[in-house]
Write a new protein. Structure first.
Length: 85
C-alpha cells in the first residue's frame, strides 16, 4: 500500500475518507506538545478533540491558549467549525 496505491484505496484515500489525520498535521503543534501527546497515546486529531484540554493543560503545564489554538485547527480540519471554514 502506498500514498495513492492502490488507485482510489491508498493511504491518502483512507486518511481523508475516514478523517484519520495525525495530530502532526496541525500547523501550530509544537515539538514538545507532540511528545506529550504521544506519551498520552493521542495520535489522531479526532482523539485530541475528545480530551479535556483543561485537565491536559493543568496536568502537563501546557498553556491553555496553545491547546485552544490546536482545538480550533482540528475542528476546521474535520469540518466541525462551520464559522471558520
Amino acid at each position: 500500500m502506498g500514498w495513492k496505491y492502490p488507485k482510489g484505496r491508498g493511504l491518502e484515500f483512507l486518511i481523508e475518507s475516514e478523517s484519520l489525520y495525525p495530530i502532526t498535521i496541525l500547523p501550530s503543534l509544537k515539538n514538545y506538545l507532540a511528545e506529550i501527546f504521544v506519551s498520552k497515546k493521542i495520535m489522531l486529531v479526532e482523539d485530541f478533540l475528545k480530551i479535556d484540554i483543561f485537565k491536559l493543560s493543568k496536568e502537563n503545564k501546557i498553556p491553555l491558549n496553545h491547546l485552544k489554538v490546536l482545538v480550533n485547527e482540528g475542528k476546521i480540519l474535520l469540518g466541525l467549525d462551520k464559522n471558520n471554514v
